[in-house]
Design a binder for this molecule. Sequence first.
Ligand code: ADP
Ligand code: MG
Length: 459
Amino acid sequence: MAEWDYELFWKKTMDHIRGELGEQEFSLGFNMKYIRATEHEIVISIPTSLQRDMIKKRYLNNMENTLKSLSNKNISIVFEINSDHAGKGDPVPQAVPENKAIPRESLRSEKKKETNFQLREDYTFDKYVIGENNIFAVNAAVAISRNPGNAYNPCLIYGGVGLGKTHLMQAIGNYLFNNSDNKIIYITAESFTNEFIQSIQENKMQPFKNKYRYTDVLLIDDIHFLQNKAGTQEELFYTFDALYNAKKQIVFTCDRPVSELKNLTDRLKSRFEMGLNVDLQPPNYETRCAILKKKIEIKNISIPDEVIALVSKNVSSNIRDLEAALIKLIAYSELVGKSITLETARQQLKDVFASPRQSNMSIEIILRVISENYSLTINDLKGRKKTQNIVFPRQLSMYIARQITEYSTTEIGQAIGGRDHTTVMHSCNIIEERIRSDPKMESIIQNLIRIIKEYSAKS
Ligand code: ADP
Ligand code: MG
């Protein structure tokens, strides 16, 4: 087949995406090279299939649409995995093996010093499994570890409970602690608040200020805790500016996007939003299996693959729950002195699997959360009106029901106004299309899912 030269179109397409995402986020995930093309196909090389899957899921449509508008042709993008081009000179190590933790050789913690008591020794990069759900955030964390204060500063890592924020943040701390002379402080926003209050009561403000304003790396975990804490917010604001102006690295974590924090001063909000914001999403089934395998390997025990599959399938809420299920199994097997089989796993984890967090989310709850979020009523979603402000949330309800419940399209259609299953399928396709063409869509949806899950855990 004849070769075509689409390299210029490709460059323009990348410029377009870079414009939409911003330089920082772009550099974290778009490490691709144009290789060759035929009339209707461009072949692109990309370092890992993990990155390929992430790009396909979030951006492929956007890229192909841009190519189409530039060339007036339908051109599809085909990926070739080639880890070589990720090599030298890149600001971020991209060639991370799939669903594996970052290997020791690439981020070694060799210069063992005394212990840093704020950090958990086992929260390192080599124990952190990378999946499509966290690759942006991991790349950012690795880049920060290699070049603190310069790579991405400040950086905010956000995501729901138990998705790996603390582990990733501490991995940065552990790496820098073991491989540099940087002074590192890790603290939760809650402890920061308590220390601040105590320093006022004991008239020791100056030592407090000195401690936080003269560190090289400041890691503050769970900043959502600062909502409603005006005094601490003000102190953190000044701390932030002092460190930022001195080019010191600052990393925050938060359980939601900053825009959703309430009772937080605008000036502090704007500081959190500066720099890079990356999200952690719930892991898919494959990544859940990989995480369990990693935990099992660390504990040096053996558990049959079918048990790993069973647990990964049934515990999908977050990684903390996944780990808790594993620990429960191990404890039982040690107690009775028997190895873990599929049967014992089923028995022992019966309650875990049936808990509200893991069990089917009711469609009513989905409808309630979505209707509230879009200022509609549940009847609007179930009804027949076809105005755009209703149609989109309705399609979204069907899509989310498909994602987080085990109901069939027939059951979902039935529950959402007695619709046909083909309508549900069509709605899911439309939302998937939106996710591919709109980079913001995925996080909007994940966020709704998080609210729905919280809601359903409470009820
Ligand atoms: P968060 O701070 O977001 O609530 P944590 O960082 O405390 O979550 O993670 C909860 C548990 O899950 C920890 O034991 C952590 O080691 C584990 N974990 C989270 N993400 C991963 C991952 N990608 N690979 C391996 N373990 C993980
Ligand atoms: Mg945490």
